[in-house]
Ligand binder design. Sequence first.
Ligand SMILES: [Zn+2]
Length: 453
Amino acid sequence: MGTLIYNGWVITQNEERKEYNPGYVYINRDLIEEIGDNSERLAALKAQAAELIDAAGCVVIPGLINPHTHMFQTYMRGLGDNKPLWQWLKEDIWPSALLMEEEDFYLAGLLGSLENLLSGVTHVVDQHYVHYVPGSTDAVLRAMRESGIRGTLCRGFVDQEYRPEFMETSAHIMAAMDELGSRWHGSEKERLKISLGPLNPWGCSPQLLDEVGRYSADNNMDIQIHVAETTKVVESSVSRYGLDNLTFLHQHGILSPHTQLVHGVWLNEREEELVVRTGSHLVHCPVSNMYLASGAAPVRRWLDKGINVALATDGPGSNNSEDMMETLKFAACLQRVSTLDPASLLPQDVLDMATRGGAQAVNAGNTGVLAPGYKADVVLVRMDRPHLGPVHNAVSMLTFNANGNDVDTVLVDGQVVVQGGHSTLVDEQELIQRCQAKAARIRATVTNSLSHD
Ligand SMILES: [Zn+2]
């Protein structure tokens, strides 16, 4: 019975941030049963384990949590290399999304899930807001299921200010949430979940937001929403409602411990107090904020106020990858350059945001830490390569040296889904070739129609 990971430098991320070097993690089915460095116990566990994973030359960490991306944008990498948010959405993302078929959402979802797993992510939240193709949402969930990742499909929606193809009525949205939830929420032994995704304050009417707040409270379901991503977003809220983003959302029952507020770059201090008071979570996407020149979020100030902050990649249209390992470094470096303080965000701070903070933000409290009783979502990262060692401080190495290519092994729910840096479940080469051909065809159509405008 059981799987034993041994010989590695184990970083538990528990309350004391205990490390064992070398240490072991013993897994029984989908849960961690034992962890430590006691040599007698190790010998006994070796004798009883059905599967042995030798982690020599590796750091063993809890799986990273990526609480915000848009996986359909794997088809749109590098299209907005010189544009701000609004222009990038209108000229590149939306026209391409509108040409995608059900199979494209499946392929992009599979590629996105794989990319996340291969960079050490065991739980991804995909905010999926393209619903004009019947079956597109199911296609993403099928892809998550097949990849082996822990996945939350955050069903994104709007009812105003967008292109007609994206807009839905609140009655339709709530019926879709019921239907999706009944089939997928908690399926695959709780590995797949559904959440509510009002896209942003300007795309959702006050009436829709009221319903979302009620639905979340009644069904114990998470909400995820983009807020204060750019100064333009803040100005549109103030000019329309006379209120900043979070005061407006709070009036409509959106802020609670079930709520993930994405970006928040331009929140004011009064809004930050609302985050503290309501126990909402902030999701920081440093690479996307730099790529679209949106700004630098005051993460140090948030942490000092006691706000829970998670770390995410955002969609691969504005990143252009979904590498959570490199996101650790960007988060630390962006905060240093914006505060001119090299101690503003330490390696331990960013690893906490990507593990414990992420788990808290997505209300998956039994993940993000390696400890008995927690989910066996475990990642082995190499530390024996020329760009990584000699290693004095493994958390620093993870933050400033390692990238997604250094991820060796990934277990989700105790199942090995990545081994030797490759998926055990998906043919990566066949997938990338299919995606390349389909995405190129869509791009050619968009380029063609733009040149005729
Ligand atoms: Zn986003």
